[in-house]
Design a protein around this ligand. Structure first.
Ligand code: MCA
Length: 479
């Protein structure tokens, strides 16, 4: 029994009638119900000639039907490729070209030639079929591929195996003491590691219940927390909850990740609710890597210790750094992905010669092994838990008539943590409306919250744009 689906179905096998996805004011989906829908979707995909190892690309609204489609893909041994629903057709074209999916499933609003349609209410052209038996998969076989953007602007498909996902889920269940009586408030999207693998897998591996919300709505989340024991969120969730906090007395665990949780938010949340948010750290290529302890001090500004079975080290100039010295954070373990899809050079570059994954983050370990992150090696921006690579936005702006040069940075933002901000030098042909129109080629969460016209971009003697100087000079733009 090595496939992820085999592990999951064994976990809920003894309690098939237990509520899996509970939609407030809506239907309560049992594990059996979701999984038998998955078997039916699996048959439909097989009828479209989807075979093991084929990619199933999915850009659909969050719904129980979408969860069933994920499980269907696992059941037939295909590779699940979820996409952010905010991606534009132009962005999706690039993913389709790269992944060569056997099937693309979208909502009607994002329909593309030949795609199957699945709406949030289950309607569309993806009809349940007769049912399907699980296709056996080994632990090394791919289960999912998630796209991460890169410093070059070209997206890379991170291939995650069955074993990657199984081992990480088990580590989290153990570290966070997940158990069958947990009720998890789920307000995250399900096209990223956080909402799909961290949150849903913890629930599925323990056959516990998920209060399944379409999106983060602060009122709905607060109501749902009344009957819940766990919530997982990005820091923006917590800063929004702080606007009107409550004791949330039934909740045993709040976790935060995908972006740095400020020490101020951590302390304020603890002061006002009594809960010390447990911050953890991960990345698409490795799932979850470290976590603050369930028992023991959750120290604001730190991301805790390596999860069970995972090793973390810090290196400087290729040598392992002693405690207290900041350097490159690297990790190793069964959680680490198998590589980037059809990109052997990028895959090789992602690992050290002795096989550790280079996370791209800068941090330091203390003598007890607790990790503190200090920054990122790249200019990547994390806005509301979503990664944005400046080069992607700069490429669009550079092509706008009237833009001479563009530089994009993340600036501190009270709600989103960092806000995408563009600095442009312009000539007479520039108008901001035209620039905004060009940005429609990329997802709206990547659009600069402000485009600032300046006389000249600060540069060093080599002519390189000094982004740190822009960040420092304009750090109060959004405060
Ligand atoms: C929405 N908008 C954003 C963002 N989200 N702009 C910048 N950054 C964002 N994150 C824009 C929309 O384009 C829209 O713009 C306007 O805000 C309103 O959209 P809406 O959907 O109503 O926004 P929201 O509900 O306020 O969403 C904010 C959010 C959401 C709740 C923070 O972005 C969110 O759920 N983020 C979580 C992302 C996540 O799961 N990340 C995990 C990936 P306009 O008005 O111009 O159209 S990272 C991961 O998985 C790693 C491995 C890990 O460690 O976890």
């Amino acid at each position: 029994m090595t496939s992820l689906h085999a592990h999951l179905s064994q976990a809920w096998g003894a309690r098939p009638h237990r509520t899996f996805l509970s939609q407030p004011g809506g239907h309560q989906w049992s594990y059996e119900e979701v999984d038998s829908l998955a078997a039916s979707y699996g048959a439909s995909l097989q009828a479209r000639d989807v075979t093991p190892g084929d990619r199933v690309m999915v850009q659909v609204a969050k719904s129980p039907y979408a969860v069933a489609l994920y499980l269907a893909t696992l059941r037939i041994g295909a590779v699940f490729v979820p996409l952010n629903t905010a991606y534009t057709p132009t962005e999706v074209d690039a993913f389709v070209e790269d992944a060569e999916p056997a099937v693309v499933v979208t909502g009607a609003a994002n329909a593309r030639p030949g795609s199957l349609i699945l709406e949030a209410d289950g309607s569309g052209t993806l009809k349940p079929g007769a049912g399907v038996e699980d296709v056996g998969r080994s632990g090394d076989d791919p289960a999912a591929m998630l796209y991460t953007s890169g410093t070059t602007g070209r997206s890379k498909g991170a291939v995650l195996t069955n074993d990657n996902l199984i081992s990480n889920a088990k580590a989290l269940v153990e570290a966070w003491r997940f158990h069958e009586s947990d009720v998890l408030v789920h307000a995250l999207p399900i096209f990223h590691v956080h909402g799909l693998f961290v949150a849903l897998h913890c629930a599925m591996f323990t056959a516990s219940t998920v209060v399944f919300l379409d999106r983060f709505d602060v009122g709905e989340v607060k109501r749902s927390l009344g009957d819940a024991t766990v919530m997982m969120g990005v820091p923006t969730f917590y800063s929004r909850l702080l606007a009107a906090p409550e004791p949330f007395s039934g909740v045993r665990l709040f976790t935060s990740g995908s972006a740095p949780l400020t020490a101020a938010t951590h302390r304020e949340f603890e002061h006002r609710t009594g809960h010390a948010i447990l911050e953890r750290y991960g990345m698409t290529e490795a799932g979850m890597i470290t976590s603050n302890p369930y028992e023991g001090a959750r120290i604001p500004g730190t991301v805790g210790f390596a999860l069970p079975g995972i090793e973390v080290r810090v290196t400087v100039d290729d040598a392992v750094a002693p405690p207290g010295i900041a350097g490159n954070v690297e990790c190793r373990g069964p959680n680490v992905f198998s590589g980037y899809w059809r990109m052997p050079d990028h895959t090789a570059a992602a690992f050290t010669p002795d096989g550790w994954l280079r996370t791209g983050d800068i941090g330091k370990l203390d003598a007890s092994g607790r990790l503190t992150l200090e920054g990122r090696a790249s200019d990547m921006i994390i806005s509301g838990g979503l990664n944005v690579y400046p080069v992607e936005v700069e490429q669009v702006l550079d092509a706008v008539p009237g833009v001479v040069e563009a530089a994009v940075v993340g600036l501190p933002h009270p709600d989103l943590g960092e806000a995408v901000t563009a600095f442009v030098t312009t000539d007479a042909a520039y108008d901001e409306q035209g620039a905004r129109a060009s940005l429609d080629a990329i997802a709206r969460f990547k659009h600069p919250k402000q485009i600032v016209e300046i006389d000249a971009l600060p540069r060093n003697a080599m002519g390189k744009v000094l982004k740190a100087e822009l960040r420092s000079r304009y750090r109060s733009l959004f405060s």
